[in-house]
Every structure is written in C-alpha cells, then in structure tokens.
Ligand binder design. Structure first.
Ligand SMILES: COc1cc(/C=C/C(=O)SCCNC(=O)CCNC(=O)[C@H](O)C(C)(C)COP(=O)(O)OP(=O)(O)OC[C@H]2O[C@@H](n3cnc4c(N)ncnc43)[C@H](O)[C@@H]2OP(=O)(O)O)ccc1O
Length: 268
C-alpha cells in the first residue's frame, strides 16, 4: 500500500451523506443531488467513516441516492492531473472505502435508481444485494473520458456479469437497462418505480433477523468458498457449518421451529 505525501488525508464532509438509523438498519444516502451524487473526496471519506465502528445494534445497511440518481461516479471536477504515485494512492483510497463495504460484518443493500455510473456502479458492486428501479441504468463511460475504472470495478463487476460483458461496457460505454442488470446477474431485485429504497429497507429488516453468525458466514466465508478449489471449498463449508450449528443461537432457533414457535417456509 502506497503512502506518503501523495496520500494527504482527506477530510470527511458529513454534509455529503444523510445517515439515519431505522430500527436495526443504518441507511446512508449519497447527498449531492445537484451533482447527481458524484463521488468527491469528502464524500468518500465520510462513507469510510460510516463503516468504521458500526454500532453493535446495526444489523444491516442500505445505501441509496438522494434525488433522482444513485450516483454519477467519480466527481470529474476533482480529477486533476496526478502523477503515477498519486493516481495509485487515489485508487487505493477508493479500494479501502469499498473494501469496508464488501467486508462489512452486516449485509449491505444498494437501492439503485437513475444513473448508476462509473464509480457509482463500482460502489454498488461492493454491496451484497442490489435492488433496482425500472429506470435505473448502468454505464462505464471511463473509456470515453480517457481513464480506467479505479474503484475495484474490474475485480467485482466481472464476477457478477462476466468478463466479456464487462469488456463490452468498458469499451463501448453502452448503457445497460435495469432489466439487463437483473438478467445478467448484477441486481437481484427489480422493484416498482420509486420503491427501491423501501424494498431495500424491507430486505434490510429481513436479513437483520438472521443469526449474526449466519450473516457473517455468508458475507465472509461464502465468497472465499465460491472461489476456492472444490476440495478446499468443501472443507471450508464443513468447518463453517460446524461452527454455525454449534452456536447457541442456532440451537435456540431450531428448538423454536420444532416447538412450532416460529414461522414456516412459505412462498410469498
Ligand atoms: C481514474 O482513477 C479513478 C477513477 C474512478 C472512477 C471513474 C468514474 O466514475 S468515470 C465516470 C464519471 N461519470 C460520468 O462520466 C457521468 C457524467 N454525468 C452525466 O453523464 C450526467 O450528469 C448524468 C449523470 C447522466 C445526469 O444527467 P442530468 O440529469 O442531465 O444532469 P447534468 O445537467 O448533466 O448534471 C447536473 C450537474 O451535475 C454535474 N455532474 C454530473 N455528473 C458529474 C460527475 N461525474 N462529476 C462532476 N460533476 C458531475 C454536472 O456537471 C452538472 O453540474 P452544473 O454545475 O453544470 O450544474 C475511481 C477511482 C479512480 O482512482
């Protein structure tokens, strides 16, 4: 990790986010609607702070955009000329912020509407569940701006939609629709117009009811298991399953089902 003069610490700008606690869910609104929630340094630093020392009572996080858009990506007005070292530091700063989201101890749900562009798309990729409104659209215009993705997009997005589709997005800058996002495995839910936030909150409340250890296993172990060779993956799965089922929380929950004190699994 590069440090030094090029990494001059950025001051968080709290006005760039609207943060609220709704029961067990922390909601974080990207709050630069006049700039289409473009991600500037102050916002990125504030976002990082949100994911530092998340209060114990928080069991899920929803990230959304204030106004009509999720995010127009990197604030291009801050894209000054950087030497190679400064460029690396900038990109790695973004990586650290988005890593905090991806490796958060609780599920993070992105509520998507309007523009989900460039760094905004990279931010959405770091979440664990993506909920989109029909008018949400996705693009990587970096090519036409003469730059390359710098917020972990080339690692996370191909794992969701495949390398060929990612290359198409990067080369052509083509705008993908919300429907395509679902079809290609980027988002998991398509909501009615105007309801991505509500749906994300509903999902947040739902996942907040899970045993914390189960959520931890899904967020921390599953991605590693899925990418491990089958033998290693199966061993990791067995170890995780053993740890989870030996937890008192699991014992209580299974007892509650057998005693008819908890909900059955029914189609909604
Ligand atoms: C290289 O190292 C990196 C890179 C990165 C990540 C890179 C990226 O994210 S590249 C992608 C950058 N984003 C764009 O190219 C999108 C630009 N915006 C638009 O196309 C449109 O604004 C829109 C999002 C489609 C919305 O259109 P509309 O509703 O018509 O609104 P406008 O009138 O166009 O905009 C209103 C207002 O907002 C300003 N604005 C919009 N987007 C941005 C932006 N991305 N940056 C700065 N400002 C933006 C726009 O200029 C208007 O301002 P006014 O002052 O004129 O009102 C990551 C890490 C690395 O290390």
């Amino acid at each position: 990790m590069l440090t030094g003069n090029a990494s001059a610490a950025t001051i968080a700008d709290p006005s760039t986010l609207v943060v609220e606690t709704v029961g067990p869910v922390l909601t974080i609104g990207l709050n630069r609607p006049k700039k289409r929630n473009a991600l500037n340094d102050g916002l990125m630093a504030a976002l990082k702070d949100c994911f530092t020392d998340l209060p114990d009572e928080i069991r899920a996080v929803v990230i959304h955009g204030v106004g009509d858009h999720f995010s127009a990506g990197l604030d291009l007005s801050e894209l000054r000329e950087r030497d190679a070292t400064e460029g690396l530091v900038h990109s790695q700063t973004w990586h650290r912020v988005f890593d905090r989201i991806q490796y958060c101890r609780v599920p993070v749900i992105a509520a998507l509407k309007g523009a989900v562009i460039g760094g905004g798309l990279e931010l959405a990729c770091a979440a664990h569940i993506r909920v989109a409104e029909p008018a949400a659209y996705y693009a990587l215009p970096e090519g036409s701006r003469g730059i390359f993705v710098g917020g972990g997009g080339s690692v996370r997005l191909p794992r969701l939609i495949g390398v060929a589709r990612m290359a198409d997005m990067m080369l052509t800058g083509r705008v993908y629709s919300a429907e395509e996002g679902v079809a290609h495995g980027f988002s998991q839910y398509l909501t009615e117009s105007g309801s991505a936030y509500d749906k994300a909150l509903e999902i947040g409340n739902r996942v907040a009811q899970n045993a914390p250890l189960t959520n931890f296993a899904v967020l921390q172990a599953l991605p590693m298991i899925a990418e491990a060779n089958p033998q290693t993956g199966l061993l990791m799965e067995s170890l995780m399953a053993t740890v989870a089922q030996s937890d008192q929380e699991a014992k209580n929950r299974i007892r509650a089902f057998l005693d008819h004190k908890t909900a059955k699994v029914k189609p909604t």
